[in-house]
Every structure is written in structure tokens, then in C-alpha cells.
Design a protein around this ligand. Structure first.
Ligand code: COA
Length: 189
């Protein structure tokens, strides 16, 4: 049996904290539902209702309680508003690998939210959890996500052809990785 995980509270720079999901985060789910891309790559409902939003939050709690990973909400310290998510997923942990995913709602983009949050989870996963390799998958057109990964110190490894079903079609993904041994490099966390 897999042990339940406690999602910790992490500080992400001076402006953000990361914490577990709360039902008070439903406005975040509602805004994410109206995004063109987020519902395609996550289980965020593409049509929002209170019931669908609560079911989404419930799924995040289950991911922690079943040991499948750590779903974090990114919260702005100044006003307590939740702005997006970062998830650390442990499906391949037995192989020494974990993967990351992230999104920020449109009204909060371009302010360093994703990079600060990804940097904090990456440092915690490589440092405290001692996971040897973190990886993430980004579509070739997604310049914002590629810059986010590179800014944190992830290295681009190559193109995975027809890697993933996104909506109606198979899509290529660029594989990025970061290793515990990269932590001492200047661009890292
Ligand atoms: C990708 C995403 C998370 C970026 O969030 P964000 O909080 O706006 O990103 P940041 O402000 O931290 O910016 C990080 C870097 O990306 C760059 N960037 C941000 N938006 C950009 C855009 N539209 N085009 C090009 N670069 C962009 C920033 O300039 C910064 O790079 P820099 O340090 O070189 O200046 C957000 O656009 C998003 O949620 N998109 C939809 C979901 C998604 O694509 N998730 C990732 C799937 S792999």
C-alpha cells in the first residue's frame, strides 16, 4: 500500500507560498476552466460548475492521499489570492524520476509566478526529497513554458515525437530535465 502524502507549505521567493488545495480555491478553477489550453492538459473541467470545481479539488486531495504526487496551489502573499498550480508527480519514483506540471491563470501571467513556484518545488524535490531526476514535457510552440523551465535551470534534452494525446490529437513534446547534481550550477535554484 502507498502511504498518503502530506503536502507541505513551501515559500516561493518573497511574494508567493505554495500549499495544498482548499475549497476556497474554486475561483481559480473557474478561471482556469475558461482557458483555451489548461483543460486540454489537465483534469480542470472545460465547462465550469460548482460541482465540477469541487470534484477537481477532490481529485487533487486524492492524488496526495493515494501517494501519486504533491499538488500545490500558488498563492500570492500580499493578498492571499491563488494564481495557479505546480504538481510533482511520483509515478516513476521507483526509477528515480518524478515529473512536474504547472499552470497560471491568464490574469496572473507574466509576473514571474510560474518560475518562482517551479523553482521552489524543484529545490524541495531535489534537495529535501532527494529525487535524482525531475522531468517535464513542453509542446514546441509553448515559448512561455519553455522559458519558465529554462529560467529555473531545466535543460532541454530533445523532442519526443507524438508523445502525448492532447485534446483530439497526438502532440510532440520537448523533454526537459533537472538533476540533483545540477543544483550547484549557477542557473539553478
Ligand atoms: C507557461 C505558464 C505557466 C507561464 O506562467 P507565467 O507565470 O506567466 O510565467 P513567468 O512570468 O514566471 O515567466 C517565466 C519566463 O517565461 C517568459 N514568458 C512568459 N510568458 C511568455 C510568453 N507568452 N511568450 C514568451 N515568453 C514568455 C517570461 O518572460 C520568463 O522568462 P524570462 O525570465 O526570460 O523573462 C503560463 O503561461 C500558463 O499557465 N500557460 C498555460 C498552461 C501551460 O502551458 N502550462 C505548461 C505546460 S508544459
Amino acid at each position: 500500500m502507498v502511504a498518503p502524502l502530506d503536502v507541505p507549505r513551501l515559500v516561493a521567493g518573497d511574494s508567493f507560498v505554495l500549499r495544498s488545495w482548499e475549497l476556497g480555491d474554486l475561483p481559480l478553477v473557474r478561471e482556469a476552466s475558461s482557458d483555451d489550453y489548461i483543460p486540454l492538459i489537465t483534469t480542470v473541467p472545460s465547462v465550469y460548475s460548482q460541482e465540477a470545481g469541487e470534484a477537481f479539488v477532490q481529485r487533487q486531495w486524492e492524488r496526495a492521499s493515494t501517494g501519486s504526487g504533491y499538488p500545490f496551489v500558488i498563492v500570492r502573499v500580499a493578498d492571499g489570492r491563488s494564481l495557479g498550480t505546480v504538481g510533482l508527480w511520483l509515478r516513476e519514483l521507483n526509477e528515480g524520476r518524478a515529473s512536474l506540471g504547472y499552470w497560471v491563470v491568464g490574469s496572473a501571467r507574466g509576473q514571474g509566478v510560474a518560475a518562482e513556484a517551479l523553482r521552489a518545488v524543484t529545490a524541495w524535490a531535489l534537495g529535501d526529497l532527494q529525487i535524482p531526476r525531475l522531468q517535464l514535457y513542453v509542446e514546441p510552440w509553448n515559448a512561455a513554458s519553455q522559458r519558465t523551465a529554462e529560467r529555473v535551470g531545466f535543460q532541454r534534452e530533445g523532442l519526443l515525437r507524438s508523445w502525448q494525446q492532447v485534446g483530439e490529437e497526438r502532440r510532440d513534446m520537448i523533454m526537459y530535465s533537472m538533476l540533483g547534481t545540477d543544483l550547484s550550477s549557477p542557473a539553478a535554484c
